[in-house]
Design a protein around this ligand. Sequence first.
Ligand code: PHE
Length: 503
Amino acid sequence: MTGPAGKREHWASRRAFVLAAIGSAIGLGNIWRFPYVCYENGGGAFVIAYFIGLITAGIPLLILEFGLGHSTQGAAPIAMGRIHPKMEWFGWVATGVGFVICTYYAVIMSYCANYTWHSFTLAWGDNPSDFFFNKVIGLTDATKHPWALGRFMPGVFIGLAISWIWIILSIWKGTKTVGKVVYVTVLVPWAILIVFIVRGVTLPGALEGLKFYLTPVFSKLAEPQVWLAAYTQVFFSLSVGFAIMIAYASFLPRKSDIVKNAFIIGTGDALTAFLGGLAVFGALGYKAHLSGVPVSEVVRSGPGLAFVTYPEIISNLPAPQLFGLLFFLMLLTLAIDSAFSLVEAVAAATMDKWGWSHRRSNLTVGGLAFLLGIPLTFGAGLHWLDIVDRFMNQIGLSLVVLGETLLIGYYFGSERMRTYVNGLSDFSVGKWWNACIMIITPAVIAWLLISEVLARIKAPYGDSGLRSQEFVFGWLILVLIFLIAFGLQGAKGKKAPEPIRNA
Ligand code: PHE
């Protein structure tokens, strides 16, 4: 049995840890991804599939990642390396996927920052679509020549720089600053979300929108696609498989409840997504009511929902400037803790490996991610962002989760990990957890990966067809992550290996 490793920093309180993990989980995925995916996959029936995914894969994986970080007291690379000395590279792959995501996540924050500013004057005017695509991100024609990238967009660049300064300041002293910042960045968006839920469901036409969102189409549950959508949404939304939760749990003090925290974080995140849907679909019902078209025609996801449809709705509300400001502030504060959790995970890995100071690792990781994000401030930015996002979230994430379940489930032993986390927790997780880790999650992921790769080979980029260079670009980033990860495994580190601690 070993004591806590040296001077490893700790969260100031259990609440700080729970808030930081919830802050990472709750992000743009809850507000614009969940409602749309839900509506597309059977509404109320999807909610059932989602909750089954949450219980059989999401929360079990959270428990796994918390157990892994707590027992090894290391961010992903050290954690994996302590499970098996030859597996450090795999932790670097997870860290690499997280790093790539944070390069473009900050760009989305920049869009939100720009819109927070534009809310004061309702600058999107009567044609929010033209405003977003032409004036804000400059996408006009850029997708026809994506390698030329299009115009430089100073607004997006300035927003990116501001976002990065904010991210770096939030994690300046690691858990010490994060633990304080999350009180604001988790509670503020929740408070604003309540305003939007009340506003959304009381608008004329809201009921039509809500019917659309939640009418259960139970026959959908017979379609494999719906289950895949539910499981992917669970992983993405809980931020598992990005090295984050491992790093966050590695800063837990010795006596920390793991099972209860995982349940609180998992259900808190799911509830926020579900309630977020009420706000979004209530407002979409209102838009349909205003324009006299069916709800199905106003439903969009992603950038289209946040930067085109919602601004249009806001312009039609009384006190539009106020609602505009609140909405984009909500998106910004939702995104910030997801963004800094990604940076923290990478920074913690560099601190573990080379014994860097907070300042040095934050500035190196943040500076590099900022530089890599600069190409995305040109006209074709959103196009490239979308390609990288699909590859990272669908293939990168699945590979990481699959590897984790196999390594812990079969090599380390899921029963051994279960005993470990139960020894720390108020209530115990039963043997069903082993089945989730050893069978259900890997089976779902393997299936997901196979169907994803097949789909990509057949129709690489949705209906628009991905040009072969872009397809190669997506794979190239993934291959690069693996190569760098192998290189880092061999690189000399500072920290002497330590045995895994016992509960
Ligand atoms: N969980 C976040 C969301 O729901 C997304 C995210 C994934 C953030 C991975 C950071 C890392 O929006």
